[in-house]
Design a binder for this molecule. Sequence first.
Ligand SMILES: Cc1cc2nc3c(=O)[nH]c(=O)nc-3n(C[C@H](O)[C@H](O)[C@H](O)COP(=O)(O)OP(=O)(O)OC[C@H]3O[C@@H](n4cnc5c(N)ncnc54)[C@H](O)[C@@H]3O)c2cc1C
Length: 453
Amino acid sequence: MRTRIVIIGGGPAGNTCATTAARLGAEVVLIERDTIGGAAHLWDCIPSKAMIATGNARSFLRRSVRMGLSEVESDVDLVQLRERLRAIETRLEGSVRSLLTSQRVELIDGTGHLVGPRTVVATTADGERTLDADIIVLATGSRPRIPDWVEVDGDRILSTRDAYPPSSVPSHAIVVGSGVTGVEFVHMFESMGAEVTLVVSRQHVLPQKDAEVAAALEEDFLRRGVRLFKGARATKMERIGDEVVVSCDDGRVATGSHALLAIGSIPNSDQLGLESAGVVTEGGYVPVDDQLRSNIAHIYAAGDLSGRLPLSSVASMQGRKIAEHAMGAYSHRQERQIDYDKAASAIFTEPEIADVGLAETDAFSEGRKVRVTKVPFSSHAKALINDDPRGFVKIVSDPATGVVLGGSIVGRHAAELISILAIAVTNGLTVTDIHESLLVHPTLAEALAEAAE
Ligand SMILES: Cc1cc2nc3c(=O)[nH]c(=O)nc-3n(C[C@H](O)[C@H](O)[C@H](O)COP(=O)(O)OP(=O)(O)OC[C@H]3O[C@@H](n4cnc5c(N)ncnc54)[C@H](O)[C@@H]3O)c2cc1C
């Protein structure tokens, strides 16, 4: 008999798990209440990067005079932008859907919940369906955290889900939250022509990142006229006519046309019936072991719900690993567990920021002996050709063996370039391996080879 796997949630975690498990011979049912592709396609990774691309194109046009073109001014057309976002989402949903159906995954448009350790009920427009399962995968993601002192109206007071695009172009956007999502929205709004104020609860933006990298971003924001309210916590957000007033605990007040909250997310674990199966949660997340099993061995959790690293790339990898583990795909080869410390991540500001593995700041605070080499893009041909010499490459390596332990890149295409370091970090390559590689000239990647010297 084939293993029957029921997956709740069709985001990167759920849909990758479904296709992999089906390919490995499982009978798979995937329940999704909204859009196949998940929040990642509908509200998070894709629309945010598509809007950032529009803002970047506008900034690029404005700078193009320095590259020998006549001056071009361009305003954002919200109707066209909305159509563009919709077109990208439809196209991506179509391709994920066709991949799932080509693997004979049964898709149910509905809401799933557990009613017992091996039973899931899907509530659809046609009624309820009860599904028995050998394996259950919970991949229901997360949603924006909205504190009780704010009433999001979706028009001027926005969560990250109301911003693609907002109903009007902000003239002055106040962004609350200076983590990855917050700073991406600062960049997005500013590049679309808005004045921006950023409320930063700590003394620096991106408190989790390498200090030098965060400082480079702050410097760029200040150069672009972004106002930073450092060390301030927003405590009140009110709409007064067409204005939004944000008050902070230190007495500062910002008044703008729009305010956006980017202060984290909460897991979608309520109303999943977890108690009926005895699945334990912690702060709403489902804690998992290295194989991504919950406390109930045949119930796995993946993606944001697992409370591990909330990235789409991680969610997909977790989904794949669950399918392989559940289907016993490791019987003939070595299982490789996910090493979350080696996940590459990026911030799609301009310049882009990307990092992987051990950060210089962390190495020093842990008292680890490391070699750090840094090369600025300003001396590189391609950066000058691109008229964008901002940023640098930094590689952290083991001084004894040369093994690459981590790195950070600030600059154009950093999110693409970090892949080279990610492959090195994951596979234990050395700086010599990178330095000895024959790269294309002129490219920004040459700065990596130089930093690896
Ligand atoms: C603004 C923003 C930008 C981001 N940008 C990036 C980025 O550039 N790169 C990156 O790697 N990560 C990014 N992330 C993080 C990324 O979006 C998440 O880590 C990723 O979506 C998690 O995938 P998931 O499969 O766990 O959940 P989701 O993508 O949230 O999918 C979960 C799915 O489950 C469905 N669901 C929930 N409950 C039920 C139920 N009971 N029954 C049926 N269906 C249900 C939901 O409708 C949803 O479709 C971003 C996040 C935000 C907020």
